[in-house]
Design a binder for this molecule. Structure first.
Ligand code: SAH
Ligand code: SF4
Length: 348
């Protein structure tokens, strides 16, 4: 009886080692296989001559390297953003985005197909939940972007990842953390803790768990409103995890991890961009080790609001500064190809 092969990219280095030993081989071969795949970026058995033939045959019978084929690729007119619609094995689709800022390339990766959280202004929320991604499907997105970069002039390597694509990463906690362990592995891709940012809508139990675990990364929390009723109107799960509980969890995270939190605030004209709103944020976050990232609303089919203009955004920032809160306004990238924050939605 043959069971279906395991996706290599679902395995941590330790799991590959354990599997190799269970097959009756030396862990040395597992280490070599790991470095072929994650250091040399080889994923064809024929290109791994240093693996002993017997081990290679066994590994080949048991493991597959599941790439995610590109269904559609789109480039923004300014050349800074590329969006990939990638096909999963069950023919579901997800989106991955490659973003270039000055001196930095970042992969924006999905954690789920669709999303169950239903934020009103988000295209992924508007499409609903399809399914969780496996660790291997999350890792494969990073590898895809890495291959694109290697193929580009100059042969760059992927060094920055944001879990800000489709889905709510803390709703798929175990698979996401497992994938992060693979991405961070110092004998592999080695993407450092400071170069991984996870963005959450505010899944309180997930934030507490993250605070208690030794898996450093940057944490971004999507706030959008500083008053419970206003937040619940934009972010329905605020009913389940109210603002007061969210703030307790965030303070706990900051204290436990000794690291600040980035709060994300989608700026919607006339809705949450007034000076009163800014003062409410100031009062809510005053004294916290926090930075506020303002994201002018990107258009989506299911929500009619308009983005806040530059001047109003600056005034909002000035109020935050009065409370000692640093802030940035996110550079708008890839809007023409629907690759901006909250615009990712994969038609099945
Ligand atoms: N589910 C996670 C991560 C994915 S969304 C989260 O919600 O945090 C990444 C960011 O894009 C979030 O801050 C989200 O609120 C924001 N966003 C969603 N829709 C948007 C839109 N239409 N315009 C601008 N930002 C949006
Ligand atoms: Fe899901 Fe984040 Fe979109 Fe909300 S903003 S629906 S949590 S992906």
């Amino acid at each position: 009886m043959s069971s279906s092969p395991v996706n290599f990219h679902d395995l941590t280095r330790e799991q590959l080692r354990a599997l190799t030993v269970r097959w009756g081989f030396s862990p040395v071969h597992a280490a070599r296989l790991w470095s072929y795949v994650y250091l040399e970026r080889v994923d064809a058995w024929a290109l791994m001559p240093e693996l002993p033939a017997r081990y290679r045959a066994k590994a080949e019978a048991e493991l597959v390297f599941a790439r995610l084929p590109v269904a559609v690729e789109t480039h923004s007119a300014d050349g800074f953003t590329r969006k990939y619609l990638l096909a999963l094995a069950d023919d579901r689709r997800i989106e991955t985005v490659l973003m270039r800022y000055t001196g930095r390339v970042t992969a924006c990766i999905s954690s789920q197909a669709g999303c169950a959280m239903g934020c009103v202004f988000c295209a992924t929320g508007q499409m609903g939940f399809v399914r969780h991604l496996t660790p291997g499907e999350i890792v494969a997105q990073a590898l895809h972007v890495d291959r694109v970069l290697q193929g580009a002039a100059g042969g760059e390597r992927l060094r920055n990842i944001v879990l800000m694509g489709m889905g709510e990463p803390l709703h798929n906690y175990d698979a996401v953390m497992h994938a992060i362990d693979i991405l961070r592995d110092s004998s592999g891709l080695g993407i450092g803790a400071k170069r991984i940012t996870l963005s959450t809508v505010g899944v309180v139990p997930g934030i507490i768990r993250l605070a208690d675990e030794a898996r450093p990364m940057h944490l971004a929390v999507s706030l959008h409103a500083a008053i419970q009723e206003e937040r619940a109107a934009l972010v329905p799960v605020a009913g389940k995890w109210p603002l007061a509980e969210l703030m307790d969890a965030c303070r706990y995270y900051i204290a436990k991890q000794e690291r600040r939190i980035f709060y994300e605030w989608t700026l919607i004209e006339g809705k949450n961009d007034t000076l009163e709103s800014a003062h409410a944020v100031g009062r809510l976050l005053r004294g916290q080790q926090a930075q506020v990232n303002l994201i002018p609303l990107n258009p989506t089919a299911g929500y009619g609001g308009a983005p806040t203009g530059r001047e109003a955004a600056k005034k909002f920032q000035a109020v935050l500064a009065e409370y000692g809160l640093p802030s940035t306004v996110r550079q708008r990238r890839g809007i023409d190809i629907d690759a901006g924050c909250g615009q990712l939605a994969a038609a099945k």
